[in-house]
Design a protein around this ligand. Structure first.
Ligand code: NAD
Length: 246
């Protein structure tokens, strides 16, 4: 009997990750959509999206817990796509940025992606199939005053992780990085990082003159995991309304 195919999406309970989970659940490439999130709301996704969703409440920063989730998914299905999307930030001026806060943001945004890759990608490498997408941020390319230097540093690390993994996991497994600009998700609207005036001012600097919708990023992530991106690895793809031009 051929094993089922699975996608593993982190940070799937909200925003960009939730849109990716919805897209994967609607396609026929992934029979299982493993949704991992720290937020217990991840359990609601199965009722909301459908039975192919398998929710896992888990902190990506917890290396062993991530390993347990990957083991449970792999017991049922072969992981074909990995979307390392979970992320968070809280603003601190550098003078107020305590070591615990620095560590936590690095642990979630960067080490979390290593944790998932460490457990999920060796079986993909052995099976000679699969795609990984790591989600970074424009903050990792240009710095971000509002996100904090810890967030910028973690997101910059995602580029190195992506490129190193792309070299290790070839020739059959692709690894790419998607870089959202400012996207209308709870991270933008509820985290206190942005206020309405700041968003409006930022929109004026963008060639496309608006913030993005989370599904506009999810579409690109889905493409990077699909057959259309078969000759793409180690690439950094900005989905930012042209924000990287300024
Ligand atoms: P969001 O807050 O809507 O979703 C993030 C999800 O990650 C949430 O469901 C949250 O519970 C989960 N999460 C946070 N910490 C976790 C942890 N330790 N373990 C497991 N899950 C955890 O935000 P979003 O905008 O959809 O963010 C998705 C990704 O896009 C993040 O990596 C973020 O840094 C990146 N990003 C977002 C923007 C933006 O403007 N929204 C811009 C650039 C990059």
């Amino acid at each position: 009997m051929t094993a089922k195919t699975a996608a593993l999406v982190t940070g799937a309970a909200s925003g960009i990750g939730e849109c990716v989970a919805r897209r994967f659940a609607a396609d026929d490439r992934h029979e299982v959509v493993a949704c991992l999130d720290l937020d217990p709301a991840v359990h609601d996704l199965r009722d909301d999206i459908g039975p192919s969703v398998h929710p896992y409440e888990c902190d990506v920063a917890d290396h062993d817990a991530v390993g347990d989730v990957v083991q449970q998914v792999e017991a049922d299905a072969d992981i074909l796509s990995v979307v390392n999307n979970a992320g968070t930030s809280r603003y601190f001026w550098i003078g107020d940025l305590e070591p615990d806060e620095w560590d936590r943001i690095l642990d979630v945004n960067l080490t979390g992606q290593y944790n998932v890759a460490r457990h999920a990608t060796p079986p993909m490498f052995e099976r000679e199939a699969g795609s990984v997408v790591n989600v970074s941020s424009g903050a990792g390319q240009r710095g971000s005053a509002s996100g904090g230097v810890h967030y910028s540093a973690a997101k910059a690390g995602v580029f190195g992780l992506t490129k190193g993994l792309a070299k290790q996991l070839g020739p059959h497994v692709t690894v790419n990085c998607v870089v959202p600009g400012l996207i209308d998700t709870p991270l933008m609207s509820e985290s206190g990082l942005w206020d309405a005036a700041g968003i409006a001012e930022f929109e004026e600097t963008l060639p496309l003159e608006r913030v993005g919708d989370p599904d506009e990023v999810a579409r690109v992530i889905e493409f990077c995991c699909g057959p259309g991106a078969s000759y793409m690895t180690g690439s950094v793809v900005n989905v930012d309304g042209g924000g990287s031009l300024s």
